[in-house]
Design a protein around this ligand. Structure first.
Ligand code: 5GP
Ligand code: MN
Length: 338
């Protein structure tokens, strides 16, 4: 691992830069990518943001969104590959294991570019020459803000950069509710508001842009697809491919659903299983004392944060659920005793 000095030196000349983030980017992933991109462009660099997949419509207001290349789209892939080949610096934001970016992972591993990793997830892989990593940070956007300040460029943070960074902090703290909502979070957010971010506007763009289909889907999921196991302090949703089709589900439509399960009184662990083309995607959430990232890593090839993690399963939905319940039953003392 090299020091900050080398990193600063690398960026002292105009560079060809790629910024990438994890598959199905959320507000922190896209906000940190576009916030950093808008800043680096101001510094004279040539920057391309590549996402491994599409992302929800409620994030498309961010400045620079129209230029993001979606690596899963044939129409963008060629250009993205060319940009990757030319890249002198690659920033990897909001993830720290290369399997979070699908095929891009191998390309990053093999790249001759200077790799930078900025992230706040646990158990990072060692693939970067420079790492700005802290699990104490609530969001990658918080780290990007601090990096810009460390580089002496606080005054370059304008309304659009501040808005991107604010969005990531807003959502990764669950609207300033999760235990990661520290004094520093509020201090950073105060500076972002000062720089022009509008809290009401951003909250509206992110939280108040539901389609009628999505609201109906949430109603359906709550009435028909929620399983509560009081004996295990557990509640989870199991959503089939058919359900997603019936409600014309768009990317992002299942986001936040798992929190309804966790909000049930007495529930310490919640999950959302959704049947996708490439297998079962799982979201885990937990109350403060339960470490779902360890559970996700041990049993579902995933990871994340202590109270918000994800994973996947190659089994059928039915078999995945049976395995999940058996694992929770088996491990409940370990899971719920701390
Ligand atoms: P979500 O449930 O919102 O998709 O993800 C919750 C958290 O877990 C996020 O911080 C996300 O980055 C992380 N996460 C989700 N899926 C995976 C996964 O498959 N592997 C790892 N390492 N982290 C994941
Ligand atoms: Mn994040």
């Amino acid at each position: 691992m090299e020091a900050l000095g080398t990193f600063i030196q690398k960026l002292s000349l105009p560079r060809k830069i790629i910024i990438t983030t994890h598959v199905k980017p959320d507000a922190d992933a896209l906000g940190s990518s576009l916030g950093l991109s808008n800043y680096l462009i101001k510094k004279g660099h040539e920057v391309t943001v590549i996402s491994p997949s599409d992302y929800p419509n409620f994030l498309t207001w961010m400045k620079g969104n129209e230029k993001v290349l979606d690596f899963s789209k044939e129409a963008h892939k060629k250009q993205a590959l060319r940009k990757l080949e030319e890249a002198e610096v690659i920033f990897c934001l909001d993830f720290s294991v290369l399997n979070r970016v699908n095929e891009l992972g191998e390309l990053i591993r093999q790249s001759k570019a200077y790799i930078v990793n900025i992230d706040h997830h646990q158990d990072p892989e060692d693939f970067a020459q420079f790492r700005l990593w802290s699990t104490a940070a609530a969001a990658t956007c918080e780290l990007v803000y601090e990096l810009i300040v460390t580089l002496g460029d606080k005054e370059l943070i304008d309304k659009s950069i501040a808005s991107c960074l604010y969005a990531g902090i807003l959502t990764d703290t669950g609207g300033f509710r999760h235990p990661n909502t520290t004094k520093n979070v509020h201090l950073v957010v105060a500076e972002l508001l000062e720089a022009g971010a509008n809290a009401t506007e951003i909250a509206n763009l992110i939280y108040d842009s539901n389609s009628l289909n999505r609201l109906k889907f949430i109603g359906f999921a709550l009435t028909r697809r929620l399983v509560v196991r009081e004996d295990l302090h557990l509640a989870y949703f199991a959503i089939t491919k058919k359900d997603l089709k019936k409600y014309q589900s768009q990317t992002g439509d299942t986001e936040g659903l798992v929190n309804y399960a966790l909000s049930l009184e007495g529930v310490k662990m919640a999950a959302l299983f959704s049947e996708r083309e490439d297998g079962i995607k799982i979201s885990f959430r937990s109350s403060v004392d339960v470490a779902v990232n360890k559970f996700a890593a041990a049993h579902f090839g995933g990871g994340g944060h202590k109270n918000a993690a994800g994973g996947k399963s190659g089994l059928s939905l039915k078999k995945t659920l049976a395995r999940f319940e058996a694992l929770v039953q088996e491990q409940q003392i370990e899971l719920f005793s701390s």
